[in-house]
Design a protein around this ligand. Structure first.
Ligand SMILES: [Fe+2]
Ligand SMILES: [Fe+2]
Length: 311
C-alpha cells in the first residue's frame, strides 16, 4: 500500500475514533442481463461497451468485498441510483443477490435508468423491489418508500437524518410534484442535520451529462433556507466532483461502471460534528483493465463557472 493511501486511511480511522460516521457511496453500477441486443434500444451503447454482464456484476462484487475488508468498515452504504440498465426483474435480482453478500447495511436510491427513461421501467423496478424487499436482511429501505411515482423516504443513522428522493425527470428537470412537496415539508418540519441523496445533481461537472442535471433554483433555495442540509450526494454524471455551494457540500460520485471524462470509482465520506470532515474517492480502472489501488482525498472547491472549466 502506497504511503499516501495509508495516510488517507489513518485520517479516516482518526475521524471514526472521534465519533465520525463513515458512509460508502456506490452509484451507477448499470447491471444488465445477458439478452439479445436490439440496435434500436437506446441502451444499446451500454451493452455494446460492456457486453459481458458477469464482468459488470463482478465489479460490484469486488467493491462490496473491498468495503467489507475496509478498516474501519463503513457504518452503512448508499446505493446512489442507476443500479440497473432497464429496471428488469433479472437485473434487480442480480443486484440484490450481490448487495446481500455485504456485511454492511445499505440504503437504496434510484436513478433514471431504474425507471424514468420509459413508462415500463418503474413498473418493472417497483415489482422487482417490492418482491425483493421483504426478504432482504441488509437493506434499510422501507417498503413504504415505494410509491406509485417512485421511491422516496427519510431514514435515521445516529444523529443524522437522511432524505432520499429519486430521479428528477429529464424533461422537467425537477422532482415529481409529490416528492418535491414531501422534501420541502421534511426540510421545514425538522432541523435535524440532514444528508440529501438525489441521483441527478444540482450542479454541473464539465462533461456531456451537464445537460441532464436537476434544474430547480427554487428547490435549491429552499434547501439553503432550511439551514439543516449538511451534504447533498449525487451520482448520474459518471464523473466525480466535490463542490461547495451556498456553504453546502455537493458531492458527485463517479460511476462504478464506466467513466465519462473520469475514471470509474466510489466514495468514502466521514460525517462529524454536523458536517463533512473528510471525503475520499476510490478510483477504479475501466472494466477489464488492471491497475494500482488508488484512493484520493477530495478537495472541496467553491462552485463557479471558472472552477468548472478548470478540469
Ligand atoms: Fe448512470
Ligand atoms: Fe443516471
Amino acid at each position: 500500500m502506497a504511503p499516501k493511501q495509508n495516510q488517507v486511511f489513518e485520517e479516516i480511522e482518526t475521524a471514526c475514533r472521534d465519533g465520525a460516521l463513515l458512509i460508502a457511496y456506490v452509484s451507477d453500477t448499470h447491471l444488465h442481463q445477458d439478452e439479445p441486443i436490439d440496435p434500436a434500444d437506446p441502451d444499446h451503447q451500454d451493452y455494446a461497451a460492456n457486453p459481458d454482464p458477469d464482468v459488470v456484476s463482478g465489479r460490484l462484487r469486488m467493491i462490496l468485498a473491498e468495503l467489507d475488508a475496509t478498516v474501519p468498515r463503513p457504518h452503512f452504504l448508499v446505493f446512489g441510483g442507476d443500479m440497473t440498465v432497464r429496471g428488469r426483474r433479472g437485473e434487480w435480482q442480480k443486484f440484490f443477490e450481490i448487495a446481500e453478500t455485504s456485511r454492511i447495511p445499505y440504503h437504496l436510491s434510484l436513478g433514471n435508468h431504474d425507471h424514468y427513461e420509459d413508462e415500463d421501467r418503474w413498473h418493472h423496478s417497483r415489482e422487482a423491489i417490492r418482491h425483493g424487499l421483504p426478504l432482504l436482511k441488509m437493506c434499510r429501505t422501507p417498503r413504504q418508500a415505494l410509491t406509485d411515482v417512485g421511491l422516496y423516504y427519510a431514514a435515521r443513522e445516529g444523529p443524522w437524518r437522511l432524505l432520499f428522493v429519486d430521479c428528477p425527470d429529464a424533461i422537467t428537470k425537477t422532482l415529481e410534484p409529490v416528492q418535491r412537496r414531501w422534501l420541502i415539508s421534511q426540510l421545514t418540519s425538522s432541523h435535524a442535520p440532514t444528508i440529501l441523496v438525489i441521483h441527478r445533481p444540482f450542479l454541473k461537472v464539465g462533461n456531456r451529462l451537464d445537460a441532464f442535471t436537476t434544474h430547480d433554483p427554487e428547490l435549491l433555495e429552499s434547501i439553503r433556507a432550511a439551514g439543516c442540509v449538511r451534504l447533498i450526494l449525487s451520482g448520474h454524471m459518471h464523473k466525480a466532483r466535490a463542490w461547495l455551494y451556498d456553504d453546502i457540500p455537493h458531492l458527485i460520485s463517479s460511476s462504478c461502471y464506466n467513466g465519462m471524462d473520469d475514471e470509474p470509482g466510489y466514495k468514502l465520506i466521514c460525517m462529524k460534528d454536523h458536517g463533512v470532515s473528510l471525503t475520499v474517492t476510490r478510483y477504479l480502472k475501466e472494466l477489464g483493465e488492471d491497475g494500482p489501488v488508488r484512493y484520493q482525498q477530495d478537495e472541496m472547491v467553491p462552485y463557479s463557472e471558472a472552477a468548472l472549466q478548470s478540469t
